[in-house]
Ligand binder design. Structure first.
Ligand code: SF4
Ligand code: SF4
Length: 416
């Protein structure tokens, strides 16, 4: 696609990056077939190709409008279009640039600004979020059913083994996950402990920065990234093998620190090191499959029928497919077939709050497919997808690592 950037963007880092991406799009339209918002809304301007056109016009000098902003806002950033695109168009990076420019030019209403500030500050702060969650859990029984489904009951994390192995890995605890589902990180620590790896956390680390970044607050997003880098580098220096991600939404973000901080003279090298050391838990465990198979419980009662939802941030963002399915089937689980695995469930970070109609339509469609094979449990790999799907499902929804943890022989079960 030919481009002619307007003066303010010529010879700027974001202009040059956008131009390169725009030029790689051949306008074929293959991406329309797998774009969830195009599938639901049927409007070319709510498709990848339409949004690319809108961003190109803005970069070439057209004044963006509220309508332009709405079409960009409606994108789930699922990056399904990147998986489909035969020309390797890096749509996600272009959208970051386009949204940022449009945000600066169009602005937001007071109501939108306030909603976004509450989301950004409330969700990214574990102290604020956990206080609100505990209050909600305390009065959950008095709430109408529609609200109850949005507040999970308090759960026990179980034990987190003391770090006693020479092999050590760090975990990003996440901002909402420890409050909503504390068992996910604890189950990860137990599974890794059984294959000879101790999981530790750096208390100074916090939100990965995705919340602020996707709400177009680049400065706050970068502050979170730098804080995490400062928290993790000393551990990498001390010999920690990897930084483990148990939420694929955080994983895709941390893996992109290298790109997002590429122009930061103080952090570019450190960001590259952190991104290279970052692994999804499935990537780590797939290299330990033999040890896990040896630990798998022989009891058939634990081998439930599962339906797996691969989050977009895992399959399209991190391009990781098949590892979770492989681990679960090696551990003896039966996986029900699921149609339209490539499509987003509608969670997409804060999207379910900011775009509730589209989000809900996608959730209903996704749950129909997940439940078609009559699973006993639905499993996924991201806290956002998990809570979003659970809010519409009578079938329990869990992180797959919790199921694997339950299916492994516990150290106390071994004959002494
Ligand atoms: S599939 Fe790729 S090259 Fe074709 S229109 Fe979509 S983004 Fe452009
Ligand atoms: S990221 Fe997802 S919603 Fe956005 S244009 Fe691509 S396929 Fe469509």
């Amino acid at each position: 696609m030919q481009t002619n950037l307007a003066e303010p963007y010529r010879n700027t880092p974001e202009g040059e990056a956008a131009e390169q991406i725009l030029r790689s799009c051949v306008h074929c339209g293959f991406c329309l077939a797998t774009c969830p918002t195009y599938q639901i809304l049927g409007n070319e301007l709510d498709s990848p190709r339409g949004r690319i056109y809108l961003m190109k016009q803005v970069l070439e000098g057209a004044e963006p409008t509220v309508k332009t902003q709405q079409h960009l806002d409606r994108c789930l950033t699922c990056r399904n279009c990147e998986t489909t695109c035969p020309s390797g168009v890096e749509y996600g990076k272009l959208l970051d640039i386009g949204r940022h420019i449009v945000e600066k030019k169009v602005g937001r209403s007071t109501r939108e600004t306030l909603t976004r500030a509450v989301l950004k500050n409330g969700l990214a702060s574990p102290a604020l979020f956990n206080t609100a969650l505990k209050l909600g859990q305390g009065v959950r029984a008095l709430m109408p059913g529609s609200l109850q489904t949005r507040i999970p009951v308090a759960e026990d994390a179980g034990t987190w083994p003391a770090p006693h192995h020479p092999r050590k890995m760090l975990v990003l605890q996440g901002c909402v996950q420890p409050g909503l589902k504390p068992n996910i990180n604890a189950a990860t620590a137990r599974v890794l402990d059984r294959v000879g790896i101790s999981l530790i956390a750096a208390p100074e680390a916090g939100c990965c920065g995705a919340l602020a970044h996707h709400l177009n607050d680049e400065a706050e997003g970068r502050t979170a990234m730098r804080r995490n880098i400062d928290a993790w580098i000393p551990h990498l220096d001390a010999g920690v093998e990897a930084i483990v991600m148990t939420a694929s939404g955080c994983g895709v973000m941390v893996k992109e620190y290298a790109w997002l901080l590429r122009d930061d003279p103080h952090y570019a090298d450190k960001a590259e090191r952190v991104s290279a050391a970052t692994w999804d838990i499935s990537e780590i465990l797939v290299t330990e499959t033999d040890a896990l198979v040896a630990l798998a419980s022989p009891a058939p009662a634990v081998k439930k029928r599962l339906a797996y939802h691969p989050p977009c941030t895992l399959q399209h963002g991190q391009k990781l497919t098949g590892d979770v399915e492989s681990l679960l089937t090696h551990a003896g689980f039966e996986l029900a077939p699921v149609a339209e695995k490539h499509l987003c469930c509608g969670s997409a970070g804060t999207y379910s709050i900011l775009q509730p109609e589209i989000s809900n339509a996608l959730k209903i469609r996704k749950l129909e497919h997940l439940q078609a094979g009559a699973p006993e449990i639905i499993v996924t790999a991201n806290i956002g997808c998990l809570t979003h799907l659970q809010s519409g499902s009578a079938v329990p929804v869990k992180h797959w690592i919790e199921i694997l943890d339950e299916a492994l022989v516990r150290p106390s079960d071994k004959p002494s």
